[in-house]
Design a protein around this ligand. Structure first.
Ligand code: SAM
Length: 237
């Protein structure tokens, strides 16, 4: 039975999904995917595989970085109408180097305080993220760390690299296979002394290697077949 304050009309669930291994999904995430009215997904084909694995069927809508703001009004209208909307990205936690934050910022003003009677609720369904998975097995003191995600490709890149090289805390970066060698060369130039690379986490070819950027450059030159997949780079302080 609801309380006098329980005037919830619509709910937006931000759901973390696996970063590779489809078993890495929480019971709550599965229940929410089952119960929601509609799922907004970065790529509907990717979420379809996850839904098929758990025999779930749900109406899907696309919401990627280019359509994120265009879909805000549509999603607000659904929430005001009392719908339960789920948001997922292709992998890991939405809004972490993925679409979601601008949409959530647009919806936040519609989340009234508890005293006013909540009309729209935004809830987190936490789970995997490449960031925390990599840090959890790097063997570094991650009491404090800096997460920068993908470095800018051009403007601001050198300044960012300089700051990374001087950081007192581990710095966590995301990188694509096309740019990983370039990043390693830049870390050599900036005299970074120790890094850890976590590749293909939770997948068959999961690999974690540590050393100087120069050593890891040699490693990837000797094993070019490993310059593929997804990379997290952690620069030790
Ligand atoms: N939202 C995601 C999260 O919570 O981790 C990150 C999305 S971002 C677009 C994708 C990047 O995350 C990849 O380029 C890679 O740097 C990192 N990543 C994602 N999955 C990974 C995995 N299984 N192993 C290593 N890095 C991964």
């Amino acid at each position: 039975m609801g309380t006098p304050f329980d005037m919830t009309q619509g709910k937006l669930s931000i759901i973390a999904t696996p970063i590779g291994n489809l078993e890495d999904i929480t019971l709550r995430a599965l229940r929410t995917l089952k119960e929601c009215d509609v799922i907004y997904a970065e790529d509907t084909r990717v979420i379809s595989k996850l839904l098929a694995r758990y025999e779930l069927k749900k109406p899907l809508q696309r919401l990627d970085a280019t359509t994120e703001m265009k879909k805000a009004d549509e999603i607000i209208a659904r929430l005001e109408n009392g719908e339960h909307v789920a948001l997922v990205s292709d992998a890991g936690t939405p809004a972490i180097s993925d679409p979601g934050s601008r949409l959530i910022a647009a919806i936040r003003p519609f989340v009234a305080s508890r005293e006013e009677g909540r009309q729209i609720v935004i809830e987190a369904i936490p789970g995997p993220s490449a960031l925390t998975a990599a840090l959890s097995i790097a063997g570094l003191d991650a009491t404090g760390f800096t997460f920068l995600g993908f470095l800018p490709h051009k403007k601001g890149r050198q300044t960012a690299l300089k700051k990374i090289a001087q950081s007192e805390y581990p710095v966590v970066l995301y990188e694509s296979p096309h740019r990983i060698l370039k990043l390693l060369k830049e870390l050599v130039q900036h005299r970074v002394s120790h890094i850890t690379i976590a590749r293909e986490l939770t997948k068959i070819h999961e690999e974690v290697i540590s050393g100087t950027p120069a050593e890891l450059l040699v490693h990837f030159s000797l094993h070019p077949d490993t310059v593929r997949g997804e990379f997290v780079v952690i620069v030790a302080p």
